[in-house]
Write a protein that binds this ligand. Structure first.
Ligand code: GDD
Ligand code: MG
Length: 350
């Protein structure tokens, strides 16, 4: 089995701490090691090949430095000139494996997630392996307990042809609006898609070819025209520029009829927004999480992140304040999914 680590995202919802040149997967947000390093270390067990990393060319040196710090080596580093989202990233990894005559199971993992319970992860993986070996596309589902709009939602149904503990995906809806997310959570029938997948390389490519042949064709060409230097593969920019920008969730997972779901109860958190950072940290008796030089008075359930200046707050509830050397962000905890809107506005303003 080969792990494919997706580390090309820009983590814009964690602005202003996460930056394009130094996004959240490379930050130590939840412990001594960065999220990227924690992801790699979770995979040091028998039967697991060294990872294939798919990252942005701009992050090449950060990737290599962080690998060295934990004494690991990648089997291959696929370097994208710019992001085209996760469908092309996974496609190029799958095409590369198949081109090498290694039609293996691919464990696709985001580089920026927290999983507390290693044993539960290994158990879910063992179950998923049985299904993936039969040609299924396996998703790992986390019971949905609040109406987050940043996730994919999975409804499952029993299917006697699948191994015990594995269910057929009856529907997959990526990033529903708040109203639908609320209905899904109320029904109690939905999992969140954890963003981790297991499938055989050729199975994924068949599905991609069927549901989005443009991505398939462009990635095939971009990989053929790439520049190779040892284990590093620089994807051809001119070809990759023609690749549609789409996620694996929209391009394949919403459409395929071969998806199944394995439940994952392993303390999963995608640390995707400031509210999930608040969730994973220890809180004081008023529910506040603070970091840095911070004074908090009469405030509840806030996240106050100082990074140099003294930050003092009074009378706040459910508010996120993040201070960095050159930027300050204040938002309501219910609106943190929209921090990426702030970032695109800033991008437009140059
Ligand atoms: N190489 C590469 N290239 N990696 C990328 C790119 C890209 O262009 N874009 C994103 N990634 C990486 C990110 O770094 C992250 O590790 C992972 O792929 C997923 O991308 P996100 O952008 O974080 O996706 P999301 O959080 O909006 O949604 C996905 O994850 C949710 C759970 O966290 C979906 O799979 C949802 O269905 C899922 O619920
Ligand atoms: Mg994410």
């Amino acid at each position: 089995m080969t792990p494919i680590i997706l580390s090309g995202g820009s983590g814009s919802r964690l602005w202003p701490l996460s930056r394009k040149l130094y996004p959240k997967q490379f930050l130590a947000l939840t412990g001594e090691q960065t999220l990227f390093q924690q992801t790699l270390q979770r995979l040091s067990f028998e039967g697991m090949q060294p990872p294939v990393l798919v990252a942005n060319q701009e992050h090449r040196f950060i990737v290599l430095e962080q690998l060295e710090q934990i004494g690991q080596q990648a089997q291959m580093l696929l370097l994208e000139p710019f992001g085209r989202n996760t469908a092309p990233a996974v496609a190029m990894a799958a095409l590369q494996l198949v081109a090498e005559g290694r039609d293996e199971l691919m464990l696709v993992l985001p580089a920026d997630h927290v999983l507390d319970d290693q044993q539960a992860f290994r158990q879910a993986l063992a179950l998923a392996t049985v299904a993936a070996e039969k040609g299924e596309m396996v998703l790992f589902g986390v019971p949905a307990d609040r109406p987050e709009t940043g996730y994919g939602y999975i409804r499952s149904q029993v299917d006697g042809t699948l191994p015990d503990g594995v269910a057929r995906v009856a529907s997959f809806v990526e990033k529903p609006d708040a109203q639908r997310a609320t209905e899904y959570v109320k029904s109690g029938d939905y999992y969140w898609n954890s963003g981790m997948f297991l499938f055989r390389a050729s199975r994924f490519l068949e599905e991609l070819k069927h549901h989005d042949v443009d991505i398939y064709d462009t990635c095939l060409l971009a990989l053929e025209r790439s520049q190779r230097d040892g284990t590093q593969v620089a994807i051809d920019p001119a070809t990759f520029a023609c690749c549609p920008d789409n996620s694996i969730d929209y391009a394949v997972m919403e459409k395929t009829s071969r998806a199944c779901v394995v439940p994952l109860a392993a303390g999963w958190n995608d640390v995707g927004s400031w509210s999930s950072i608040w969730e994973v940290h220890d809180k004081d008796e008023a529910g506040n999480v603070t970091k840095g030089d911070v004074v908090v008075e009469d405030s509840r359930n806030c996240l106050i992140h100082g990074n140099g200046k003294l930050v003092s707050v009074l009378g706040l509830e459910d508010i996120v304040v993040v201070e960095t050397k050159d930027a300050m962000m204040v938002a309501h905890k219910d609106r943190v999914q929209d921090v990426k809107k702030l970032v695109s506005k800033l991008d437009q303003q140059g």
